[in-house]
Design a protein around this ligand. Structure first.
Ligand code: PLP
Length: 348
């Protein structure tokens, strides 16, 4: 059983299909029919993404993935406001934390907010961290290790009331939590977490602010990001977004319940669900008393393909669980199981 969908997902057959049929010509080319076809396909794909996400097509910046989207927004904010104060959380994905550490090394003033007992980043904690100089806050929508959902609407409202810009890494939330992303200033998404292709992501800019580009070159994407537009990836991503937002969470829910039952049968009282409340159904963090996660997963790798936590920090004890107050023993006993919307797990 593949239970590592928070790390990456298999490309959906319909996504493959549209990618295979994508026009090959350069979006910026002129005069010939193939180039016209590319233009129509990419513009249609962008309109479809915009309609699904309820954002303006002009707000969409195509990137190489959420790592780039997160780098882009954080570095852009630092470039625009070098002497101001920034807030993020201790449990963000590495690509957010390392980018904040990078701008800190260039002189930025950054506060890393701790989660509460349920591993949530609360609006209260953000409020407490605000200073007169705060201009930018970044808090993820759903954590990739715990599955816990943060109330980003409340954080955006707080930011609005103080004229602060807000960004959310919503990679693990898209299609799992119903949400109107138009209400958030900046958002990051990734193709390969929603059964789309790897190598493409989105940075949505719902504000009127012109962000400095991260990647310089020609004037593609109105100067927001240089580089030839990847036709195949864009049409694939648009189909993946459309599919994920029009497919119910029933399979994910059923898969999660099935897996919990399976582990209950095997481990009984020795099974603990780390975060029973306020989580997405697609991510299940469990503890197996007396087991060592790496040994357990390696011994059972033919039956269960899963991770101890984030695949980006596989060899280190989870800094996320540490920030959430877990002991080293509890971290060692924890594994993360994650599900997708399209693969029904076998029920014998
Ligand atoms: N943010 C979160 C919450 C993630 O889970 C991931 C994936 O590991 C990323 C960002 C990075 O996304 P990408 O692989 O598209 O760069």
């Amino acid at each position: 059983m593949y239970l590592d969908n928070a790390a990456t997902t298999k490309v959906h057959p319909e996504v493959y299909n549209v990618m295979q049929n994508a026009s090959f010509a350069n979006y910026n080319a002129k005069y010939y029919q193939e180039a016209e076809m590319t233009k129509v396909q990419i513009d249609d794909a962008t309109s479809l993404i915009a309609a699904n996400l309820n954002v303006e097509p002009e707000s969409i910046i195509y990137t190489s993935g959420a790592t780039e989207s997160n780098n882009h927004i954080i570095k852009a904010m630092f470039e625009l406001y070098p002497n101001k104060h920034f807030i993020t959380s201790m449990i963000e994905h590495k690509c957010v934390l390392e980018t904040f550490k990078y701008i800190e090394s260039k002189g930025a003033n950054v506060t890393y907010v701790a989660p509460n007992n349920n591993c949530e980043i609360t609006v209260g904690a953000i409020n407490h961290a605000l200073t007169e100089d705060t201009v930018f806050v970044s808090v993820m929508h759903v954590n990739n290790e715990t599955g816990v959902i943060n109330d980003i609407s409340a954080i955006q409202k707080l930011c609005n009331s103080k004229n602060i810009l807000f960004h959310s890494d919503a990679v693990q939330a898209l299609g799992k939590v119903e949400f109107d992303y138009r209400t958030i200033d900046f958002i990051s998404f990734s193709g390969h977490k929603i059964n789309g292709p790897k190598g493409i992501g989105l940075l949505i800019n719902n504000t009127k602010i012109k962000l400095p580009s991260l990647i310089h070159g020609s004037n593609q994407q109105n100067g927001n990001r240089a580089g030839t537009l990847p036709n195949e990836l864009i049409v694939g991503l648009s189909t993946a977004v459309d599919l994920i937002l029009h497919t119910s969470n029933e399979v994910i829910k059923a898969n999660k319940e099935y897996i919990i039952e399976l582990f209950k049968k095997e481990f009984g009282e020795d099974l603990t669900i780390n975060f029973p409340d306020n989580t997405v159904d697609s991510i299940l963090s469990i503890r197996l008393k007396g087991e060592v996660n790496q040994i357990f997963l390696s011994d059972n790798k033919d039956e269960i393909k899963a991770s101890t936590g984030s695949s980006c920090s596989i060899n280190e004890p989870s800094y996320v669980l540490q920030a959430c107050g877990f002991s080293q023993q509890e971290i060692r006993e924890t594994i993360r199981l994650s599900f997708n919307k399209y693969d029904i797990l076998q029920v014998d």
